[in-house]
Design a protein around this ligand. Structure first.
Ligand SMILES: Nc1ncnc2c1ncn2[C@@H]1O[C@H](COP(=O)(O)OP(=O)(O)OP(=O)(O)O)[C@@H](O)[C@H]1O
Length: 229
């Protein structure tokens, strides 16, 4: 489990996170939702140890962040970080050389799943295919936790639908996934837990299926209630 406890973060004098707390379980997809600039990426960076926090703590499987934990967690940023001149195959080789957790079998399966051609250059990819390569490179690692920053941002409806399918496949199973987004529409049915953020705080944390089954409310219904108060 990833536990974010009363985390505060300032950039200069600007307080971005004002005591954020939530948890994300293994085997579940947790969606962090909030408007642009609310601090979603900052939280992912803090979980990855990429940005220092001012207060609070972050625990992974009950332990404070330590360097060796980063072998068990991966961060998929919102844009591809590989050199544009590389082919998809070369990007995969780079990852295989760099990460001991690289799983070539899973990488090949993801390549087929997303119907990508490994001889294509990163620079020639459509936004949708670049997003798929980005996910492939992260999901091919054998890690328990996957953090994804806006995986659906700026891509067309058909690519979004194809990408969404990966979340219900065995390629995600048993992992703890945190996704950030400001548009929940396409992935609403895939999410287990929802964490709504506003003004540097968590305004509501709930189980999406419970909301659907017990209250007959979609994630969007709950968001409307919370944000339009
Ligand atoms: N390194 C930094 N130095 C100063 N301010 C920063 C830095 N990184 C982020 N910020 C500011 O912190 C706030 C939160 O940024 P963050 O990227 O975490 O938000 P977000 O919710 O992920 O937004 P988006 O949906 O646009 O990606 C923004 O106002 C941003 O300008």
């Amino acid at each position: 489990m990833i536990e974010v406890r009363a985390v505060e973060k300032k950039y200069g004098r600007k307080q971005i996170l004002k005591g954020i707390s939530f948890s994300a379980n293994k085997g579940e997809i947790t969606c962090l939702i909030g408007i642009n600039g609310v601090g979603k990426t900052t939280i992912l960076n803090a979980i990855m140890g990429l940005t220092p926090i001012n207060k609070g703590e972050i625990l992974i499987d009950g332990q404070r962040l330590k360097e060796k934990m980063f072998d068990n967690i991966t961060f998929i940023p919102d844009a591809i970080t590989m050199l544009p001149g590389m082919t998809i195959g070369q990007a995969m080789e780079f990852m295989a050389d760099f990460y001991s957790s690289w799983n070539q079998e899973r990488a090949t399966e993801l390549l087929e799943f997303f119907r990508l051609n490994d001889t294509n250059r990163i620079s020639s990819l459509s936004k949708g295919n670049a997003a798929k390569v980005n996910l492939l490179l992260g999901l091919a690692l054998d890690v328990d936790y996957v953090l994804m920053d806006e995986p659906f941002s700026g891509i067309d409806m058909f690519s979004r639908e194809e990408i969404a399918k990966v979340f219900t496949s065995h390629l995600i199973e048993n992992r703890g996934v945190i996704i950030t987004t400001h548009e929940v529409g396409d992935i609403e049915h895939l999410i287990d837990k929802v964490v709504l953020m506003d003004d540097g705080m968590v305004t509501k944390e709930f189980n999406a299926e419970d909301a659907r089954e017990q209250e007959g409310k979609s994630v969007i219904d709950v968001m409307r209630e919370v944000y339009q108060r």
